[in-house]
Design a protein. Structure first.
Length: 291
């Protein structure tokens, strides 16, 4: 699992670099290519080393102490020790919507964030199920993949927006080809959305399964997901630029579903996630969990 996800991350970083170099050449010929090389190095570095800080900042998350959230610390410590992994940093976002996400490039540099909204509507077992899900993202090493996909989507969109301010055509043979450039403007954000879709849907099913195994309580996670989904639909977050690059990390889509937005959803249908967890509980016999 780890080596496979490492290869996927390397492939996404390579794709990010290739697309930035191609766009740089289209925009500015040889000079644009040099600028694109520098930009790609910076963006690869940022997406690898600072994705956790960017995600936490987008949700206004603040670090919390054990005195402030003793039950949260207890369940995270217990599950981390059970998995034989280091305990992640814990954050709480002052958001009323119930949601949670994990971020960081590896278990040694991971952070788990829950919103204030989720702590209000879930009981201890349900919140423990959510924490198991988020820790599984850390242990499956798929957080970095999604962070790189988010960076890729952000860069393509930024370059597409920037292109409107750059004159096209002219006699300069090194300049951009208007037809190819127009295609990039249309297909760039679409390609980024498809990449996010490809890496995100399967990872949610995997984290549900791994998290339920870690907590030995799939029904608690199923119950939590039902409550979370109801809450995200009642209290959708605004789809601004900061949040769109973090949304695919969250346990449920924080934006209002429906219409064409469903085509680009980075989360599988909640009904299917709950169905799989209930099937997992039915096939595993009685739950042995005890608080």
């Amino acid at each position: 699992m780890h080596s496979h996800n490492g290869l996927k991350t390397a492939a996404l970083l390579g794709l990010l670099t290739a697309m930035i170099l191609a766009v740089g050449y289209w925009l500015g010929g040889s000079t644009g290519l040099v600028i694109a090389v520098v930009l790609s190095l910076v963006m690869n570095g940022v997406s690898y080393f600072f994705s956790d800080k960017l995600a936490l900042r987008s949700m206004g998350a603040q670090p919390v102490t054990e005195q402030e959230f003793p039950a949260l610390y207890q369940m995270v410590r217990e599950l981390s020790q059970q998995a034989g992994k280091p305990m992640p940093r814990l954050y709480v976002s002052p958001t009323s919507q119930p949601n949670a996400f994990a971020t960081g490039r590896n278990p040694q540099n991971a952070a788990v964030c829950v919103t204030e909204g989720i702590t209000r509507i879930l009981d201890y077992r349900e919140l423990r199920g959510v924490i198991g899900h988020e820790l599984s993202h850390v242990y499956n090493r798929d957080i970095l993949i999604s962070s790189v996909a988010g960076a890729l989507a952000g860069i393509i969109t930024m370059l597409a927006n920037l292109a409107w301010f750059i004159p096209m055509g002219g006699d300069d043979e090194d300049g951009p080809n208007p037809a190819v450039f127009l295609m990039m403007l249309i297909l760039g954000p679409l390609a980024a959305s498809v990449i996010q879709l490809a890496v995100s849907r399967s990872r949610e099913f995997q984290a549900d399964q791994s998290g339920a195994s870690l907590t030995n309580d799939p029904l608690a996670l199923a119950s939590a997901l039902r409550k979370i989904h109801m809450g995200t639909q009642q209290l959708p977050l605004p789809a601004d630029n900061r949040l769109t690059s973090t949304a695919h990390l969250m346990i449920d889509n924080p934006f209002k579903g429906g219409g064409i937005a469903n085509l680009f959803s980075t989360h599988p249908p909640m009904e299917e996630r709950v169905r799989r967890l209930e099937l997992m509980a039915a096939n595993s016999g009685p739950i042995q969990y005890a608080r």
